[in-house]
Design a protein around this ligand. Structure first.
Ligand code: ATP
Length: 235
């Protein structure tokens, strides 16, 4: 579904991604883990188009994304749930969810998607008329995930959904992502600093360090890799 080949990207004079290659098949749940500043967010922004690739190629379902502007990419089925949620704080939960349904598929499937999101995150049904800015961090993350799902994506990309959340709340979010993957067959690409939880949820993972993929493998292989255990799992 997603094929990234030798991708380079950066900002001004600095180069952040230095030849990243990554593949994602339909129905997979893949995690990209790595330290602060490794380029995880930049990788996502390059996929969703807000940062331009300097060289290399990104193909989505066979389409080369180079020619597709960022605003068109959600219509191809790419949903990006950004770092820090980026909700509209003075709009209600429902209004934020509706914002996600701006694609043709999202409008067509709105009723079904909304019912599904409220089933996965029942608290949002109770809070549907509350302003998003007044929700807890975990609830805001649920809205951000729901808004992504409201576009009827074929690929759901999540940038650090656990950021700033208490461990139990983060665990709930990871649990829901596993459920969304399992129940809806959603293809998920997840960026996380909580490596243990991310590798537990995902089928496969990549380790990104200083703009390069240094390791990849199934979640079992990565969780038992000595480098991963020492650098990321504190063992
Ligand atoms: P984090 O978890 O801290 O977000 P990350 O792995 O997602 O880390 P990026 O956010 O992609 O890393 O940042 C990679 C590098 O690019 C960092 O050195 C960062 O300072 C730099 N960077 C990010 N955004 C910009 C920008 N808009 N302009 C200039 N440099 C940037």
């Amino acid at each position: 579904m997603l094929e990234i080949d030798n991708l380079h990207a950066g900002y001004g004079g600095s180069s952040v991604l230095k030849g990243v290659s990554l593949q994602l098949r339909q129905g997979e749940f893949v995690a990209v883990v790595g330290p602060n500043g490794a380029g995880k967010t930049t990788l996502f922004k390059t996929i969703s188009g807000t940062v331009a690739a300097r060289s290399g190629r990104i193909r989505f379902n066979g389409t080369d994304l180079a020619a597709i502007p960022a605003a068109r990419r959600p219509h191809l089925g790419i949903a990006h749930v950004p770092e820090g949620r980026q909700l509209f704080p003075s709009l209600t939960v429902m209004e934020n969810l509706e914002m996600g349904a701006s694609t043709e598929a999202g409008r067509r499937d709105w009723a079904r998607n909304l019912a599904q999101v409220l089933e996965w995150f029942p608290i949002l049904a109770e809070r549907r008329n509350q302003l998003a800015g007044t929700l807890s961090g975990g609830q805001q993350q649920m809205v951000a995930v729901g808004r992504g799902l409201a576009s009827s994506p074929s690929l759901l990309m999540l940038d650090e959904p656990s950021m700033g959340l208490a461990p139990a709340v983060a665990e709930f979010i990871f649990d829901r992502l596993t459920e969304i993957h399992r129940q809806a067959g959603m293809t998920i690409l997840l960026v996380e600093q909580r490596v243990a939880e991310a590798l537990e949820s995902a089928d496969r993972g990549y380790v990104l360090e200083a703009g390069r993929i240094v390791l990849e493998g199934t979640h079992e292989a990565l969780r038992s890799d000595d480098r991963v255990r020492q650098a990321y799992l504190g063992m």
